[in-house]
Structure formats: structure tokens, C-alpha cells
Design a protein around this ligand. Sequence first.
Ligand code: NAP
Ligand code: F7E
Length: 328
Amino acid sequence: MKKVTLITGVTGQDGAYLSKFLLNQGYEVHGLLRRSASADVVDARLKWLGINGKIKLHDGNLTDLSGLIRVMQEVRPAEVYNLAAQSFVKSSWQQPLLTGQVTGVGAANMLEAVRIACPEARFYQASSSEMFGLIQEPVQSETTPFYPRSPYAAAKLYAHWMTVNYRESFHMHASSGILFNHESPLRGIEFVTRKITDGVARIKLGLEKTLALGNLDAKRDWGHARDYVKAMWLMLQQDKPDDYVIATGRTASVREFCQLAFGHVGLKMEDHVVVDERFLRPAEVDVLLGNPAKAKQKLGWAPETSLEDLVGEMVEADLQRLRGQEHL
Ligand code: NAP
Ligand code: F7E
């Protein structure tokens, strides 16, 4: 009998990589798909990984509890990965209530649906390093106090504590992965890394001359999404549920990311990058740096991709896309 899993956010970056990973592990993979008028493009990431026909998709939305319960009753998953969210921090100031409803209350809906329909299922919540926000310690671990700096981070914090609370109140196998930024060729184009690698590829191919960015001094601990989805799965294979920081332990600025990306194609960022105030945020998270020691010790997990390799892979994928060899 194949182990059955349900992934919300299956059409996103992590949902696509996690689906591929779980299919390779022999799972029957089900995904929650929110209805869209652009049904022909929503599974673009799954297509990119060559797995779009292999996942059973179910209509549903994180804000619709009765629909979630029905999906849970139908699928009866052994493992549930809650990856769906309004995940773009900048948009959370424009849509704070929607972000609260999807990213925060949506996670509580998922916990309720599991508790009501399949309480034995193991549950993963996609928590975020954004919860550390205005950092209270120079290196952040599971014991670092949180200080959210955006509506997104505040919503994630609610979802995080609800996961902890359901674990403690109802003895559910509910774990929370506090993941630091992770990127890939499948990253949404609005996030800074993909915006940079797409911009670099356009400039290299003569399609653009400049790339407009916001705060070049912000620092992030960037890893590869392919490595990070493995950590999600490892959390649900443990006897006891728990919370884990997943990070590389190295931080770099947006400027350094740019230098690597432009350098990869023999260009200099100084010749092309312009700062545009439109991309600054009402409140910034200046620096994030994670300590993944607990994940290393208890899960046997370690990041496998260097920042240099990540940047190279992303730039190459964008060059390939723009040359028309791939579509995403
Ligand atoms: P992503 O690419 O933005 O994907 C988000 C997914 O959520 C998409 O599949 C989206 O569907 C779905 N979704 C949005 N609103 C929904 C709703 N109301 N009902 C059902 N589905 C909905 O995000 P990601 O980078 O893969 O991240 C996965 C999760 O990890 C998110 O919860 C994110 O907040 C969290 N996280 C990400 C990072 C990171 O660095 N990537 C770090 C820490 C935590 P559509 O395709 O229809 O838009
Ligand atoms: O910004 C700066 C920006 O939008 C990173 C999400 O996956 O990771 C992600 O959130 C930094 C910020 O990601 C531009 O000000 C400069 O300091 O790529 P980002 P994020 O906000 O860190 C966390 C862990 C999540 O959980 C989220 O879901 O880059 N920056 N110039 C810019 N950012 C953007 N987007 N665009 C710029 O032009």
C-alpha cells in the first residue's frame, strides 16, 4: 500500500519540489488546488519538474473549512503538508487582512480539518524565519524570541503557535519548520533572487539594460528549495513532533547576490542595477542568519547546495527560459 499524502500550496515552489521528492519516495501524492481562471498555467511548476500528471488534484481553498474537511475525508492522508499561503511579504502590507485570513487563519482551518477528519495524520506547518523579524539574537535558533515586522510575519506567527497549541492540546503529530529563505529556478518572479537572475539573463541577452531593486543591504540566509523540502519530510518521520530551524548558517546581502549573478555571466552589477524606492518596505528585516544545529543533530539534515551553485543554477534556468527552450 502506498503512503498517502496531501500537500496544500502544491502549485508553489516548495509544493512542486516536495511533490517530486515524495513521488520518488513512493507516495501517492494529492494536492489542494484553488480554482483559477488561468487553469492552463497554474501547474507550470509541476510541468517544469515533469510531474504534472502524477498528482491527484482536489479543488479547495484554505479559507473554506468545510471544503478542507471534505478533501481530508476523501483523501485520508497519513501526512499533511500545509504549504499554502499568501507568501509575498511586500504584498502583505497591501493585503493585510487577506494575508491574515489565508496565511494565519487558513493554517488554523487546516489544523481543524485534520483534527476533525483524520486526527492520526502527521501535520507539517510552513513557518518562516520572517517571524524573527527585528532579530533578538545575532544567530537565530528554535529558542530565539520572535519579533514579526510585517502582516505576513504576524500571520505566520499565529499559525506557528496554533500548530504548537494543537500538538500540546490534542496530542496531534504537528511539527513546524522554521525555514529561512530558500530559492530555486521555480521561485516566484516577484522575490528578489529570481527577480535578479531573470534580470541578469535579460541584460545578458540584450533584452534589458537595467534592473531596478530596493534595499541592497538587506541580508538573508539563502538555501535551495530542493534541499529544504527534504527537511519537511524528515520532520514527519520522527517519533515525536517538534519545531526545527532549517537554514544554511551563512548570510549574504542582496548586493552580494547580485554580484554573484552578474559575475556568473561576466557582467558587473554596478553597470546595470538602479535603486528604486518603490521596492522599499514600510518596515524591513535587515538581517537573518539561522542555526540549523538541531536539524543536523536530530534529523540528520544538512544543506547540500552552496549559494554560488544556487545562483548559477537560477541564472542558467532563466537564460534557458528566455531563449525559448523552456516555458515558465
Ligand atoms: P509560493 O510559491 O508563493 O506558493 C504558495 C502556494 O499557496 C501556491 O500554491 C498558491 O496557489 C497557494 N495558495 C495561496 N493562497 C491560497 C489559498 N487561499 N488557498 C489555497 N492555496 C493557496 O510559496 P513557497 O515559496 O513555495 O513557500 C511555501 C510555504 O512556505 C508558504 O507558506 C511560505 O509562506 C512558506 N515559507 C517560504 C519560504 C521561502 O523562502 N520560500 C521560507 C519560509 C516559509 P496559486 O498557485 O494558486 O497561487
Ligand atoms: O526579499 C530585499 C527585500 O521578497 C528579500 C518569502 O519566501 O522569505 C521570503 O520573504 C529581501 C528583503 O523575500 C528587492 O527588502 C531588495 O529584505 O525575496 P524577498 P522575503 O521578504 O525575505 C521568507 C523566509 C518567507 O517566509 C517569505 O514567504 O530583499 N529587496 N530589492 C527586494 N525584495 C524584492 N522582492 N524585490 C526587490 O526589488
